[in-house]
Structure formats: structure tokens, C-alpha cells
Design a protein around this ligand. Sequence first.
Ligand code: UD1
Length: 335
Amino acid sequence: MGNVLVTGGAGYIGSHVGKLLGAAGHHVVTLDNLSKGYAGAVTCGPLVVGDTGDAALVSSLLREHAIDTVMHFAAWTIVPESVAQPLKYYLNNTCHARTLIECAVAAGVRNFVFSSTAAVYGIPDAPRCDAETTPTRPINPYGSSKLMAEQMLRDACAASGMRHVILRYFNVAGCDPDGQIGQSTREATLLIKVAVEAAVGRRPGLAVFGTDYPTKDGTGVRDYIHVVDLAEAHLRAMDYLTGGGASVTLNCGYGHGYSVREVIESVERVTGKPLTVAYEPRRAGDPPELVADATRLKALFGWQPRFDDLDRIVGTSYAWEVKLANGSASDGRAR
Ligand code: UD1
């Protein structure tokens, strides 16, 4: 069993990974500054409230808990915000990642699993991205901030005994099917989260950003992957590294995409509620279409998705949103 430091473990993806790690019997230590996440999302092990950029804190945690694997989720993730506030993104996603990597190398951490993003591809020549052959040309500071962190991690690993798995996430969606944890991010911007918030009446409706993209119906196309399938990939990554696997960069997605209109139709179908939709111009920094080629993830880790079904993804998101709305779950905000 491993000793795992999960940064950003009170956030959406980190908390789902933390739950699986705990269920598998690993010792989990969560480091989170609670700027986006909330304490109730940490279901196992201690929660330390602090920043990944705090070298003294990080170093002491790594040694105190004899951490062998770092999983780094803590980051800013909102594309349009990164366009408006680039230096905020470079500080947290790049500079703080550098501090964490440096501390991990110094403490002799063996494995580093890094949350990266499809945003590193920018607008690919073909919509299907392969981690080995598709060029990385980010079109927004979010993607650039993550790509720089990727490169630092590769270089630091090459110069030390640490090995890494970089996972480039496509569009993460859905919630824990047990309903214990969910997507509790305050001020969420992700399409499915926003749509289910509208379905429970938490917001009046939603906007479709752009109807003139060169896609199947003019709206943006994304590869939506259920958060539990993504979380499972992290546990496979840790096992792979623990078993001596070489450092690798992999895509995490299902390999097929849905348009914004298709997502809205799914939400209306699953919830039985018509949504109020406004059609607006394109959002800054948005590529038209992004779909993963995840062949290598499956081949290398034996990873098999269990929730590759849009209505099921939406169903788990909606179930969590209903819990938030009726007060049987919390996301730490007053209502
Ligand atoms: C998400 C991730 C990003 C990742 C990318 C990979 C977050 C916050 N963003 O960004 O880190 O790099 O996936 O593909 O985790 N849309 C609307 N109306 C809305 C919200 C979204 O029309 O209210 C549209 C967008 O224009 C886009 C699609 O829905 O076409 C998905 O947007 P969103 O859910 O915000 O995710 P990404 O921007 O793709």
C-alpha cells in the first residue's frame, strides 16, 4: 500500500481520486487551500489546509508521511479566467507546481502523477488528439501553464530517480454514483454542471457559447469522461509506476465527442426538465472540437471505462445537484 499526497484533494477530481485511494487501502494525505474545494469532500485521511507553493509545509508533509506518490490536482482550471488573468494561472499552475516538484525530488518521492489537460493541444489539426503525435500548441494561458509544468516534471524526473505519469484530461464530468461526494465547486463553469444547476433551478438557464463552429451542429464538441473512470486511471497510473513503469504522458477521454446541443438534450432527457437556453458568441480561448485518442491508456494500464454513456454521466451529476439543492449534501456555500 502506498503513502499518497493528494494536492487539491478537496476539489472535484481530487476528492473522487481520494475516495478510490482510501477504498483501496492507501494512506492518503490531502493538501488543499480550500479556495475551490471544501473540507467535506475529503473522505479519508488527514486534510492539511495550505498551498502547494509553501515549500516548508510541503517538505514536512512529504517526510512526516513518508510519501511515495504525489498526485497533483491543485490548480486553477477555468479557461476564460486564464485569458483574463494569465499571471494568476502561471503562479499557481506553473510556479507552485515547480515548488512541489522540487520538494518531491528532494524528499525522494518515487512517483508523481500530474493532472494535465487537453488544453495543451490548442486547436489541433485533426480533432482527435494523440499524446505522442499531436503537437502541443496551447491557445490560452491555462493550457500553457499546464504544458510548462509538464515539461518541468519531465526534466526533473530525467535528472532524478522520480518517475511520472502525466494524464491529459479531456472534459471531466459526472459524480460519485454512490452520492457520497460530487462536484461542489463554487462558481462552476463546466457545461454539464451549469446545465444541471439550471435543471434544479439554481440558475435561471444557461448560455451556449458559439453556434458557428465548424462542428456537427455548430456548437463546441468535447469528449466528456466520467470522473470515476478518470479517478480509476490515476490508481492504475500509481500501480504502473510502483511496478517499475517508465515515465509516460497519456490522454484521458473516451475517444468520442458530444456537442453542446447534445449535452443540453441529454440533460433535458435525464431530468425531464426543459432548459432555458440563450445563444451567445464564442467564449474566449475555446477550441471547436477536442476528442481524445486514449488507445495507449487502455493498452498500458488495462483501463476500461465503466461510465461511457452521456445520459449516465448527466444522471450522476443531476443526482448530486438534487442533493445540494435539497440540503442533503453541502458544498460549503450558504443558501
Ligand atoms: C474543460 C476544462 C479544461 C480542459 C478542457 C479539455 C475545466 C474548468 N475546464 O474546459 O480544464 O482543458 O475541458 O477539453 O475543468 N459551454 C457552453 N456554455 C456553458 C459552458 C460551456 O456553451 O455555460 C461550452 C463551451 O464553449 C465548450 C463546451 O461547452 O464548447 C465545454 O465547455 P466547459 O465545460 O467549460 O469545458 P472546457 O472549456 O472544454
